[in-house]
Design a protein. Structure first.
Length: 243
């Protein structure tokens, strides 16, 4: 067990316990195994041997190094779940996390807030400075969001210049406060490029999901957050509006 990567140990124990509980004595799992002072991705294929009291006695099998295969798998996962420009989650990852949080709301009453963010006049940035600078603007705003959000908060790029955030919030005021902090940080941190310094602002729409509206569809929640975002943009931009 000491040769297994610390992050893989608890998963290995759970897997072993489950196999023994189900009477399945085959072991097959990808693990990072310590080899010459470095951890190497390996496929472990073994038989589980129990003592007379049904306790684990030993594993007997083989270990196959699979670093190239794992690298390809991780590359495919990144391509499938991350936005290639900003490095944050993509629309598919957002949809999956949104469904998970909605399910937690329905099952356990865990409230959350959905935030939609749009960079103001982004087309003008592209038209004036070029798409290369536009890409820098997207990365710049992404970095500010990541630096401002709390651990456990989720952010994804869901469109050209549109982002979505999912925050665990017991009180609606929490989402308002975080959104306002992001807005201020973007406004107060111009994008400095070789072409010049560019001032950016953002608009944010918020929908707070609590147990009282747990039965609503995800599309309905998105629509309401989008209505709040539209109001923020149509009434002057550079502001936060809650539905």
């Amino acid at each position: 067990m000491r040769h297994i990567h610390p992050d893989d140990r608890s998963k290995t124990v759970r897997y072993l316990r489950n196999q023994i509980k189900c009477g399945e004595l085959n072991f097959r799992k990808d693990l990072r195994i310590l080899r010459d002072d470095d951890y190497v991705w390996s496929e472990v294929i073994a038989k589980i041997a129990l003592d007379d009291e049904g306790r684990l006695r030993k594993l007997a099998g083989i270990i196959i190094d699979i670093p190239e295969r794992k690298e390809k798998e991780e590359k495919l996962t990144r391509e499938a779940t991350l936005d290639p420009l900003t490095g944050i989650a993509n629309r598919g990852s957002f949809d999956s996390r949104f469904m998970q949080m909605k399910q937690s709301l329905e099952d356990e009453g865990i409230a959350f807030s959905l935030l939609l963010l749009d960079i103001d006049y982004f087309k003008k940035v592209n038209d004036t400075w070029g798409h290369g600078v536009g890409d820098q603007a997207l990365k710049h705003v992404t970095q500010i969001m990541q630096n401002t959000l709390r651990e456990g908060d989720f952010v994804a790029r869901v469109g050209g210049e549109e982002f979505a955030m999912l925050l665990h919030c017991d009180a609606a005021e929490t989402a308002d406060r975080i959104a306002e902090r992001i807005r201020c940080n973007v406004e107060g941190s111009p994008l400095v490029t070789s072409e010049g310094t560019i001032s950016l602002t953002i608009s944010i729409g918020i929908f707070n999901a609590s147990r009282g509206i747990a039965g609503q569809f995800c599309e309905t929640m998105l629509s309401k957050a989008d209505e709040a975002l539209y109001e923020a943009k149509s009434t002057g931009r550079n502001k936060v509006v809650s539905y």
